[in-house]
Ligand binder design. Structure first.
Ligand SMILES: [Zn+2]
Length: 558
């Protein structure tokens, strides 16, 4: 018995604007030039779809709000196009009934080439090229990204029971706090196979693995099968700070996805994301500061803060209870909550509570921060930046001018802005001079001391990832089970690339709309409102040298 014929109708034809935007993204990505030599012999034949046409149509599909990343949707789209639109893409002798077979064949062919990974041309490279092509240069504005992850459930169905056990690095690195005991203590799901990575495969999806996810509006906390999508989202820079209670941020920027990587669930988070960030910087991308979600910064510093530090990228993060507290450093200084402090720090400022995680009234935060701010005046101040080996030099707060005391008469000449510290009469010296600190001694040190008001303002930049998460979880698309209906990392990464491009365009549109609203607020009502963030605006910007270059290099095939 064969299945009923596929319904290949029901879509509207894309507008020429959508088509043109999608084509510019694909040309800007440079994908066709790099891949055509591996696919050309197949696509050159008549009655086949040119590679560029396939990629453009995948992109047009993703440019629809609430789209599904289904191959059949692309076939429907091609059927809905006018003959002129298809011809402009080099598609000739179109047979509607064959649409799905032809799209699916070329998509699979593309995935086969990418899984071979010749010359580094793999699915991660493919998605990277698309994401980069979606950021007009004038919006790549800051040197800071916030890193966060979101779960992507596999389309594969369980074979038998529905409970899984975390394995691989998921068990060590992903906190399961908040999981109800009833979920933890049920029988194991049937293991279909064990993958080449030694981890259990529970569904027909060969790359989906078990991971833990925290609760949100759609599901409770617990294990799931699938993938994790790690995102680096552009946020504002710290423009200036006094390291205690004041921080000024750069102008608002659109929260664009600058880096993205999809990996099997339960894969080590920072081992995945750190190399992606370092590679972006090596490629010439602006990057000086990374804001980590606690799910990442609780990993060992060898996997994030050291390698990033060596690449000239600082980290901003919160500390877990286990990461807090005092560690010995030298005779006259110790490490407290990641930061170097003078041993003269008063006892009552050593163990400070943080505000509760879900503090209902943000106005309460200053009551906690007050003590951290006071403590920050007792920190050691960096005297010289890290050398080639990461060793930095530090001065005590009295030598550096943060404090003055009658015990050290020379410091009393400092102005009225410098606080007086009252020390026991036994103290006669403030320090033993400048000290050197290798990275291993201060693995959790950050630019602005943890817990201070200045630190909170900087850390709150991380909230930007919420707007991207909202776009991915209902605002622009629904990254839930069923959004993809294919199996395996390569196929998912290819489809995801197009969707991330569309999310970035949506972020730009939303950013421009908000800006225009603010600008128009005080104008008389009669004035006709301009339409902010239209395709035309985006198109105008994408039409830069890179596009012209590619446009010259590859015309539409056929
Ligand atoms: Zn000193």
């Amino acid at each position: 018995m064969s299945r009923p014929p596929l319904d290949l109708t029901g879509r509207r034809a894309p507008s020429n604007e959508e088509l043109s935007l999608a084509r510019q993204v694909i040309r800007r990505s440079g994908l066709v030039e790099r891949l055509s030599c591996y696919l050309d012999s197949e696509t050159g034949r008549p009655r086949r779809i040119p590679l560029e046409a396939l990629l453009v149509c995948f992109q047009v599909n993703a440019l629809q709000r609430h789209h599904q990343a289904h191959v059949i949707e692309v076939a429907r789209l091609m059927n809905a196009m006018t003959d002129a639109q298809r011809e402009s893409l080099g598609i000739t002798s179109w047979d509607e009934a064959q649409a799905y077979a032809r799209v699916d064949w070329l998509y699979n062919r593309l995935c086969t080439v990418l899984s071979a990974g010749i010359d580094g041309l793999d699915a991660q490279w493919f998605a990277d090229c698309l994401v980069r092509a979606s950021i007009p240069r004038r919006y790549e504005l800051t040197h800071s990204v916030a890193v966060d992850g979101t779960d992507v459930e596999t389309w594969g169905a369980f074979q038998g029971s529905t409970t899984v056990v975390l394995d691989g690095e998921a068990a060590e690195t992903q906190s399961t706090a908040g999981t109800p005991a009833s979920v933890k203590a049920t029988k194991r799901a049937k293991v279909v196979a064990v993958g080449p990575d030694g981890r259990n495969q529970y569904t027909p999806d060969p790359d989906a693995r078990a991971g833990h996810r925290s609760a949100n509006g759609q599901h409770p906390a617990g294990p799931y099968i699938g993938y994790e999508l790690h995102l680096g989202v552009q946020v504002r820079d710290v423009r200036w700070t006094n390291y205690v209670d004041k921080t000024t941020l750069s102008d608002k920027v659109p929260h664009l996805i600058r880096s993205a990587v999809l990996v099997p669930a339960g894969t080590h988070r920072t081992k995945t994301m750190t190399p992606i960030l370092i590679a972006a910087k090596a490629r010439g991308e602006k990057l000086r500061d990374v804001l980590w979600d606690p799910g990442y910064s609780e990993c060992r510093p060898e996997t994030w803060s050291y390698p990033l530090g060596r690449a000239g990228i600082s980290s901003t993060f919160s500390l877990t209870m286990a990461q807090r507290g005092i560690r010995p450093f030298s005779k006259r200084a110790f490490v407290l909550d990641g930061q170097l402090f003078s041993d003269l720090l008063p006892a009552e400022l050593r163990d400070l509570p943080m505000p509760p995680v879900n503090l209902p009234d943000q106005a309460k935060a200053p009551a906690y921060e007050k003590h951290f701010n006071e403590r920050a005046r007792w920190r050691l101040v960096r005297h010289s930046a890290p050398d080639r080996n990461g060793v930095s030099r530090w001065r005590c707060p009295f030598c550096a001018g943060l404090l003055k005391s009658r015990s050290f008469p020379s410091t009393m000449r400092r102005g009225p802005g410098v606080k007086i510290a009252f020390l026991p009469p036994t103290v006669t010296t403030c320090c033993d001079g400048t000290v050197s600190a290798p990275p291993a001694d201060i693995p959790l040190s950050q630019l602005i001391p943890f817990g201070t008001t200045a630190w909170r303002i900087s850390m709150n930049r991380r909230n930007a990832v919420e707007s991207v998460n909202a776009a991915l979880n209902g605002g622009y698309l629904h990254l839930v089970r069923g959004f993809f209906r294919v199996f395996g990392l390569t196929k998912l990464r290819v489809l995801l690339g197009f969707s991330l491009v569309a999310v970035n365009f949506d972020r730009i549109r939303s950013f421009e709309a908000k800006k225009a609203e603010l600008e128009n607020k005080d104008l008389p009502r009669r004035r006709r409102r301009r339409r902010p963030g239209s395709w035309q605006e985006l198109l105008g910007d994408l039409d830069n040298r890179a596009v012209q270059l590619f446009a010259g290099a590859v015309g539409p095939p056929g």
